[in-house]
Design a protein around this ligand. Structure first.
Ligand code: EPZ
Length: 425
């Protein structure tokens, strides 16, 4: 398996352009199925998850090509709404296709996406929302079949502001008969991006970014050209990397407004963040300060996807910090790996107590999920000595060649791909 080898202790410096948002591109690629014809979607990051979504769309009959961060997608030839189980297993976000395929074909077959390293990842809110719109759900084993001859608009109150459920319901409601209002909707920027894309195809949606989204169903959507927003989680990851290496970097193609809660926490830790339009400069000349309490919550509060990265920064801070994870029940798997690098962290229920230490030490560690893997890379950039990060396929799901991002900023980091084992027969 590939691994990253990092020589720590070098301050990052220079400028980096932030690529498009994975968590905006995935639902937007799914939504494209609702309009027959050729879409042009720009600023799409070259990531494992994006390639899996494109493979799923091809398996349904679409023609799809990603070149120079632009996807040209012809959905006209699509003839199936049965997502192959093998592809579904590779990426749980394929669940975003339920709404679009139900609308287009009147039926969709998916498989329980199952949990992952960070938690159970239920989809009950997705299914309840589609049922409220008139879909019939049949579950047999791990297969889920959704049928609807006609979807009718209605009011839907989400028990929790689930990002995925909000997006699936928005897409299914876009061509339902009548008006749908989603109450307690998720407010993430990626949901606003999806609303803009759907409206560019002819949908009539307002309210994304607030907790109430109103969708007036239309009869038809048409293909469009669209550009994805920058990835706020990749931007936040780079901000932490600059701070922990006592570097000074400039981020281009970012939306500072999407990072308000992150900037607030980093400034509390003594990180200097200067904002000028869509440019952010981040530096931290001294040792970071502990942050008494950080609680991950739905947007616009502090994002769960940056919890592990900020924990690494605070593991070197002067004092005790407490991080409470309220979104996913299993999102502390990076703690054991950081402890092996010399961090002083203990977990009680869903809170991590981080007592800052003077330094971390290089070690061989294992990425358990996408963001934990990115956090371990950041730890390696700051640690004394050599760090080897294994299972880096997790990281490739959400960062376009992370080693290239950091080496361009002065880090000593290389990807090692083992030689293929010779086939003896
Ligand atoms: C999206 O996942 C993101 N993924 C996640 O990013 C992100 O961490 C998460 O939102 C929260 O911001 C994509 O957009 C592709 P949720 P999603 O539905 O939609 C529970 C990354 O690293 N829940 O808001 O799956 C669920 O178990 C990934 O890029 C239900 O109980 O998140 C979880 O505890 C990781 N029933 C919580 O809600 C449901 O039907 C948040 O889930 C749906 C969710």
């Amino acid at each position: 398996m590939e691994k990253l080898v990092i020589e720590g202790g070098r301050p990052l410096s220079g400028t980096i352009r932030i690529h498009g948002a994975k968590n905006a591109a995935l639902p937007i690629l799914a939504a494209s199925m609702m309009a027959e014809g050729t879409h042009r979607i720009e600023n799409v990051p070259d990531l494992l998850d994006i390639h899996v979504m494109l493979d799923i769309l091809r398996s349904l009959g679409c023609k799809a090509e990603l070149r120079d961060e632009t996807v040209v997608l012809d959905t006209l030839p699509a003839h199936s709404s049965h997502i192959p189980e093998e592809l579904m297993k590779q990426m749980r976000s394929s669940i975003f296709l339920m709404g679009p395929l139900l609308t287009r074909f009147g039926e969709v077959q998916v498989y329980q996406p199952g949990g992952c390293a960070i938690g159970e990842r239920k989809i009950d809110l997705h299914l309840k929302g589609l049922q409220a719109l008139g879909a019939e759900i049949e579950e047999a084993g791990n297969t889920i079949i959704c049928r609807a001859t006609l979807l009718r608009g209605t009011d839907i109150v989400l028990d929790f502001p689930s990002v995925g459920a909000t997006e699936n319901i928005m897409m299914a409601a876009a061509m339902a008969r009548g008006t749908t209002t989603i109450f307690n909707a998720a407010r993430e920027p990626e949901i606003q991006d999806l609303q803009h894309f759907l409206n560019a195809m002819g949908a009539r949606i307002i309210g994304a970014g607030t907790d109430t989204i109103t969708i007036e169903g239309v009869d038809r959507l048409v293909p469009c050209t669209y550009s994805i927003i920058p990835d706020r989680i990749v931007a936040g990851t780079m901000m932490v990397a600059a701070a922990i290496t006592k570097g000074n970097i400039t981020l281009e193609n970012v939306c500072p407004a999407h990072l308000t809660s992150v900037t607030h926490v980093l400034r509390r830790a003594g990180v200097q963040v200067h904002i000028d339009g869509d440019i952010m400069n981040v530096s931290c000349p001294g040792r970071p300060r502990a942050v008494e309490r950080i609680v991950t919550s739905p947007y616009p509060s502090f994002p769960t996807d940056l919890q592990s990265q900020v924990m690494v920064l605070l593991s070197l801070a002067d004092g005790l910090s407490v991080i409470k994870e309220t979104i996913f029940e299993g999102r502390f798997k990076h703690v054991d790996e950081l402890t092996r690098m010399g961090a002083d962290i203990w977990v009680d229920m869903n809170s991590a107590f981080v007592r800052g230490v003077p330094r971390l030490y290089g070690a061989t560690v294992e990425a358990t999920d996408l963001r934990a893997g990115a956090a371990l890379v950041i730890a390696g950039l700051a640690a004394a000595g050599t760090t080897i990060v294994e299972q880096i396929h997790h990281i490739d799901r959400g960062y376009d060649r992370i080693e290239r991002m950091f080496s361009r900023l002065g880090a000593r980091i290389e990807r090692f791909t083992p030689a293929p084992v010779p086939n003896n027969n």
